[in-house]
Design a protein around this ligand. Structure first.
Ligand code: ANZ
Ligand code: ZN
Length: 558
């Protein structure tokens, strides 16, 4: 007997179509399995990566169907985003046309593989109906105080003409086009994911039963909780005078208060307010100013890999415990966004501080004795016993940390703090092919959300996409509207949302019968039945962003 795929597969694919063999049942008394593959970006053609990914889910879904489960095995399209716009720039084809033609093509290709997806529940994230509910979710988050606007130094890709999240910068280059990323000060909308940092971390425990350890470890590191001491360095009298009494002190954060007697200098981030003051008032040589400005131009990610570099600021601070003067430097390894944007440097026990001190001939003071003998050729970073540390000498590191924090708290010189590396999620993109942020700028009322009954705020079709600036901003009429509160002439927000906003809730949409899609983002009863996803299939590159954002959406809604 010969296997003739062309004949046989066609026959069965037709039968499956006619009998709607892969549609889930709405009978919620049945045992269920929700088998989900990450929805694809409709890039044009399927490739072997798609085949590999989607056959895994297909095999699992078929297995559960054979075992009598009610199986939800849906597919959709992660269809907003830059490539559609890049195609428009390159080939002059409208992003919508390009996207939906790709979807039609890829749907056929996937079907010809015989993948057992539900056809009825398919949707694209760029469908206007999806945007309508998504904008409502955004407004509900805004009303809950989870959305705010701020200007920040952001990663800017000049080729894609858009802001990139830190996670979208790979070795200083854009994750999509691979061109070098620049730093620019830009206004944008942020979601307060940091408000949930501890919950997101705590829940990693609960997820251990179902999620791969690797993913949870990556998320834990990304959230990056650390405990330590925050205190202020007081400027010396000379430094205060030099700075015209505009500054008295500045904050630092340390996870190693036990090493405080080993402090031999302090370092500020290149963007620190004191550094900027010294530059603006020309209190440093032209050469030093040029060096600092060069440091400011390098992105945070790249700095981490660059050799340690700095400049003496020719000012001093007072050591809080010894009263001695400590020189202040600016250093490229100090991040403005973390802790106080400044550090107490302990070259004997911190590798970065050591590298810097060696390069610039700064003193190195040992204050911990540990299993590794300190010989001055490298930092010893382990815990040990305190030496050269006045009344704290002889204490073990752990005890000393407690004692020193207690001392700072008693003297009201500092406090124990918990810091997280996690930053708020910047969702603004200066792009056309995305979900418009449904906000309005009114000269009288300020920033107000669009009315629910006016949703969706949909994209205009008649745009010119040339790759310069934001096409929505340049559109002759689209942004002019009236204020939903007072009726005055007002301007629509022209930023669109990061596509990760779409992927943060698409899995809930699938749980709901499409007959309800017009009325609700998803149906509660259906979601309660189908959730959680029993098996999720996709690439490890989504371990942090997508999976953390989706958890945040869940958390913020509950
Ligand atoms: C002195 C010290 C001595 C430190 C020592 C470590 C070892 P994590 O664990 O990542 O929270 N630090 C603090 N703020 C910083 C900033 N804005 N940019 C760069 N580095 C910063 O790291 C906390 C440690 O990172 C802090 O503890 C501080 O260096 C540094 F033997 O303080 B430590
Ligand atoms: Zn108004």
């Amino acid at each position: 007997m010969q296997y003739n795929p062309l004949e046989l597969e066609k026959k069965w694919q037709q039968t499956w179509d006619e009998t709607q063999a892969f549609e889930p049942s709405n009978d919620f008394s049945k045992a269920k399995k929700y088998i989900l593959s990450m929805f694809p970006y409709p890039s044009g053609r399927i490739h072997m990566g798609h085949v590999r990914n989607y056959t895994i889910g297909d095999a699992i879904a078929r297995h559960h169907r054979k075992n009598g489960f009610n199986v939800l095995h849906p597919i959709g399209w992660d269809s907003f985003g830059m490539p559609a716009e890049n195609a428009a720039i390159k080939h002059g084809v409208h992003p919508k046309k390009w996207t939906y033609e790709n979807i039609d093509y890829m749907r056929k290709e996937l079907a010809s593989l015989g993948l057992s997806f539900s056809k009825k529940r398919e949707f694209a994230a760029s469908d206007v109906l999806y945007t309508k509910h998504e904008q409502r979710i955004f407004i509900e988050m805004f009303n809950k105080g989870l959305v705010y606007q701020k200007s920040a130094t952001l990663n800017w890709c000049n080729t894609c003409q858009t802001v990139l999240a830190n996670e979208q910068v790979e070795e200083g280059c854009c994750w999509r086009c691979d061109n070098p990323v620049e730093q620019r000060l830009l206004p944008g909308y942020y979601l307060k994911i940091t408000q949930y940092a501890q919950e997101l971390l705590d829940d990693c425990e609960k997820l251990k039963a179902g999620w791969p350890n690797q993913v949870l470890t990556m998320q834990e590191n990304w959230i990056g909780r650390s405990e330590g001491l925050e205190f202020s360095f007081n400027l010396s009298d000379e430094a205060k005078a030099k700075l015209a009494h505009q500054f008295e002190s500045y904050k630092v954060f340390t996870t190693r208060p036990d090493t405080i007697y080993g402090v031999s200098y302090s370092a500020l981030a290149p963007e620190h307010a004191i550094v900027n003051y010294l530059i603006e008032h020309k209190l440093l040589s032209d050469e030093k100013i040029a060096q600092i400005k060069a440091m400011q131009r390098v992105g945070a990610r790249e700095r981490a890999q660059a050799p340690k570099e700095g400049v003496s600021l020719e000012i001093e601070v007072i050591h809080p415990l010894t009263g001695e003067k400590v020189p202040v430097w600016v250093a490229n390894f100090v991040l403005i966004e973390y802790g106080g944007g400044a550090v107490m440097a302990v070259p004997a026990h911190d590798e970065r501080d050591f590298e810097f001190a060696t390069k610039y001939n700064l003193p190195i003071i040992q204050s911990i004795e540990s299993n590794t003998p300190f010989d001055g050729t490298c930092a010893t970073t382990e815990y040990g016993t305190l030496i050269n540390s006045a009344e704290f000498s002889g204490l073990a590191s752990k005890e000393a940390q407690k004692a020193i924090i207690a001392h700072f708290e008693a003297q009201k010189m500092g406090t124990k703090v918990i810091n997280y590396k996690l930053r708020d999620w910047g969702i603004s993109r200066q792009r056309y092919w995305g979900a418009p942020i449904p906000m309005i700028h009114c000269p009288k009322c300020g920033l107000v959300p669009e009315k629910f009954e006016n949703l969706p705020v949909s994209l205009p079709d008649d745009v010119e996409i040339k790759g310069e600036g934001n096409p929505l901003d340049k559109h002759p009429t689209w942004k002019y509207t009236t204020c939903p509160c007072c009726g005055a002439d007002a301007i629509r927000e022209t930023d669109t949302m990061d596509t990760f906003f779409q992927s943060s809730w698409y899995f809930l949409r699938y749980t709901t019968d499409p007959s309800l899609w017009n009325d609700v983002p998803f149906d509660k009863e259906s979601a309660n039945y189908w959730m959680n996803v029993d098996q999720y299939i996709g690439g490890i590159e989504h371990a942090i962003l997508h999976l953390l954002y989706a958890r945040f959406f869940y958390q913020s809604a509950s």
